[in-house]
Design a protein around this ligand. Structure first.
Ligand code: UDP
Length: 329
């Protein structure tokens, strides 16, 4: 397949590029403006296999049009987006312009040039604050922050575009909490000011941070801290390949991508202390705006309908791989 990957120099995108290069048989074009993604990831990926890299902004529609005109893509895998819930509360337009408007332009280009497959990085944040904390693909979507809303709107556009044009198939992947790094240590999470829990914990272990905070310990959960479904980035990457294969013989569909197991913030921190043997400093801090108490996937559909078989469903392994990466970088 000839595949365009937007955001392929970023955390999840780079793991999908790696998985596709390892699978072989694909012609890959990566675009990334390197605002979050890194040249370092691109260079590392070049050691896995050949692909074209174009550094550019998605909002450059004229250039995007040219790229679509000169490449006959079979599939688009769209990662390029902003992902921080907290930031989206204070700067919502940044999220709507990139995560929604730029995605709509990309979908329009797919329609114009007859691209048949679109894999979209959506998020569990589109579910909002679910009553039981466990969500299936059919659960109501009531996002409680602009990040979740910016992704949900793109889901709607994809669904409408797919309903109007049966030749255009989409696979919407709703990610839960992605963490870890590639098992061979080649790539990992590079964001300079990362805010995600596992990343922050490993940065504290290696001394890049003096301490870390628990944002809220009075949630209605067993230990008062928020519960999330943490998934290893390599399993998440493989889900994209599985859904792309699925779309070749099936209709458009939506999939949760998680393991269906929840861990609290305190449990993740305990795990990080155990794996590293470092008793790093943790303090309690106020709740962070926009955080739901519990968000766990029911991921039965992905396992039942596609060939996806998770291989790293283990919190210690996830934290260990993130730590290995943090130590090396
Ligand atoms: N969290 C925390 N301290 C940190 C980073 C995150 O207590 O330094 C909490 C955060 O409030 C949330 C959970 O960890 O309840 C997961 O947050 P993260 O940012 O990793 O992912 P999100 O679920 O927001 O996408």
């Amino acid at each position: 397949m000839k595949i365009l990957i937007t955001g392929g120099a970023g955390y999840i995108g780079s793991h999908v590029v790696k998985a596709l290069l390892e699978e072989g048989g694909h012609e890959i074009v990566v675009i990334d403006n390197l605002c979050k993604g890194t040249q370092k990831a691109i260079d590392a990926l070049k050691s896995v296999g050949a692909f074209e890299f174009i550094q550019m902004d998605l909002e450059n529609i004229a250039k995007m049009d040219e790229i679509f005109k000169f490449n006959k893509f079979d599939a688009i895998i769209h990662f390029a987006a902003f992902i921080e819930v907290f930031e989206s509360m204070s700067n919502p337009l940044k999220y709507y312009l990139n995560n929604t408007a730029n995605a709509i332009n990309l979908i329009a280009l797919c329609q114009k040039y007859g691209v048949k497959n679109f894999i979209f990085s959506s998020t569990a944040a589109t579910y909002g604050e679910p009553e039981t904390g466990v969500v299936s693909e059919e659960s109501p979507q009531n996002p409680i922050n602009p990040y979740g809303r910016s992704k949900l709107m793109t889901e709607w556009v994809l669904k409408d575009a797919g309903a109007a044009n049966r030749d255009f198939k989409y696979g919407i992947l709703r990610y839960f909490n992605v963490a870890g790094a590639s098992s061979d240590g080649l790539i990992g999470q590079n964001y300079p000011n990362a805010t995600h829990l596992v990343k922050v914990a490993t940065q504290t272990i290696v001394g890049k941070r003096e301490k870390m905070s628990i944002f809220g310990d009075n949630y209605p959960t067993s230990d008062g801290t928020c519960v999330r479904d943490y998934i290893h980035v390599e399993d998440l990457a493989q889900a994209h390949l599985s859904v792309l294969r699925y779309l070749q013989n099936n209709d458009s569909s939506v999939f949760n991508v998680g393991y269906g197991t929840g861990f609290s913030v305190k449990e993740v921190i305990e795990c990080a202390k155990k794996v590293s043997g470092v008793d790093f400093k943790v303090e309690n801090a106020p709740r962070r705006d926009g955080d739901p108490a519990r968000l766990i996937s029911n991921a039965d559909k992905l396992k039942a309908k596609t060939d996806w078989t998770p291989k790293h469903n283990n919190l210690e392994e996830i934290v260990q791989s993130a730590l290995n990466w943090e130590k090396k970088n």
